[in-house]
Design a protein around this ligand. Structure first.
Ligand code: 5GP
Length: 189
């Protein structure tokens, strides 16, 4: 997706060798014009799939998921990393290894909001090694929900997430794929 690629090239910063920082338009300040175009593009790419719910993970997936959901006219459920005291105890949960924090955390979704009738589109901001998506797929499997596809804003194509999702037999649509980083610069596919 051209607009997203331009944003990455002009505003993205490579940190620590394998992390792309995009706080100016995706992960901290959010460019709503860009999000709107991303939502439209996810709808175009998954238009022939029956989808009644979008599932994402807090926090950076939520904004993209909500704008995308307007095009599908479906609700968004986000998996919680920090369940508050008022969260239901009746949850599906999964363990996820965080690529950026290098530690495991658990994600939880109330059983009330995902069920065996659901046809789910998973949305997230980044795909690295695929652990966040695997956790969301695990929750869908526990609920008996069908995963209809995975939509990612930025896939780091040099990490294994793409093949992890392919091995799960799921359709993956990434709006921008990074081939690699060289001398602190982004190389797009
Ligand atoms: P995975 O679970 O696929 O290994 O990593 C995906 C998750 O880690 C995303 O939800 C995202 O929050 C974070 N992440 C992975 N790589 C990057 C990156 O290069 N930049 C940013 N901003 N987040 C990343």
């Amino acid at each position: 997706m051209q607009l997203l690629k331009e944003k990455i090239m002009t505003e993205g910063k490579v940190i620590g060798g394998d992390i792309l920082k995009v706080d100016g338009f995706l992960n901290h300040q959010m460019d709503i014009h860009l999000f709107n175009e991303m939502g439209k593009e996810f709808k175009r790419r998954f238009q022939y799939k029956e989808i009644n719910k979008i599932l994402t993970i807090e926090s950076s997936g939520i904004g993209i998921a909500c704008i995308t959901a307007q095009y599908f006219d479906v609700p968004v459920v986000f998996a919680k990393k920090h369940p508050g005291a008022n969260m239901s105890k009746d949850v599906y949960q999964s363990q996820v290894y965080s690529f950026t924090k290098k530690q495991y955390y658990s994600i939880k979704v109330s059983r009330e909001f995902v069920n065996s009738h659901d046809k789910i589109l998973i949305i997230d901001d980044f795909l690295a090694n695929g652990n966040a998506v695997k956790g969301l797929v695990d929750i869908c499997n526990q609920a008996g929900a069908k995963v209809q596809g995975v939509g990612i804003a930025i896939e780091k194509g040099f990490q294994k997430g793409g093949s992890v999702i392919e091995d799960l037999g799921l359709r993956l649509e990434s709006l921008a794929v990074i081939e690699g980083f060289a001398d602190g610069k982004v190389i797009l596919r």
